[in-house]
Design a protein around this ligand. Sequence first.
Ligand code: NAP
Ligand code: ZN
Length: 354
Amino acid sequence: MKPRAHSVKAYATPAADAPLAPSTIPRREPGERDVQIEILYCGVCHSDLHFARNEWHFTQYPAVPGHEIVGRVLRAGPRATKFKPGDLVGVGCLVDADLASCPYCKRGLEQFSPTMVMTYGSMDRHLGLPTYGGYSEQIVVDEHFVLRMPPGLDPAAAAPLLCAGITTYSPLRHWRAGPGKKVGVVGLGGLGHLGVKFARAFGAHVVVFTTSPGKREDALRLGAHEVVVPKNPDEMAKHAGSFDLILDCVSADHDVNALLEQLAPDGTVVLVGAPENPLPVAAFGVIMGRKSLAGSPIGGLPETQEMLDFCAAHGIGADIELIRMDQINEAYERMLKSDVKYRFVIDLASLKGA
Ligand code: NAP
Ligand code: ZN
């Protein structure tokens, strides 16, 4: 039997070429293991824009983006044991999976689950409707996919950790960024600026690659030891063949071969950026030097909790610009111009009066 649903306010887009506008969406009544969350803040990820504009070619409309959610528990189902009303919690890119059947979920690798339900752009297994994201008043999520927000984190600055944070933390850990390693971070946006903070906190030598020379000072302040503007051949030549790891956080077409040239033998370029178009790769760029071109999606729930606890212990949060819900379309345009310092976060209190 389908659960009952209630209606909540949201911002949705009806088509790839339409702006986001006020709307209402259904949310299920909390089931036994669900928590119902009042959303306080939601970060604006570039994935939200790719999705709203159907740049990955799977969007169903109306679409409600948003997967960097921080909120307060309103209600918890009778079999939910982790959370109680009033708790400050987080929700990232995943909201459900068939936990009983999934071998990856059992190992805390929910990001690899073939049954994963994403916060937006999937089907809600309970309602049989598309999932709708965090540009809304409330969300209802199985408690397995809800994160505890440790005390000491500013809730607005912590929202981007739920996607941008874990997406950079996880590959930096997996490829062992740390003392003695030279790590490049490409694209100083939402993901990139957190990648810089993590790589520095892990003890690596950090170099930022940015197309925006005006971000040079910020890159150093955020933790980079050096900054490279790729269109300056001298700066690229200085570092050629020297990196152990490069985290590519770019959202649009760019030259990945130029980044492979920056790697030392056995080095790895990890794509976390997900541009719309395929990136051409020259075979000899990876053959010579036995280099790797890899990718990495978000992270599992245990690692996401570990990342949040690490951020609380090390005073790490996103550098944010807080916006009202009705500023979202303007924020998307600025994001496309690489004009974000360094993550927009929506204050959902602004949706209440809308
Ligand atoms: P963002 O805040 O817009 O940052 C992207 C940055 O890339 C820009 O600030 C800019 O940095 C650089 N850039 C933009 N256009 C470029 C171009 N044509 N050539 C070179 N550099 C360019 O985006 P974000 O939220 O960090 O997301 C970045 C990408 O990661 C998106 O594609 C998003 O969908 C993807 N993503 C993937 C995952 C995952 O699980 N793998 C998770 C979240 C997001 P500079 O000004 O410094 O050059
Ligand atoms: Zn995201």
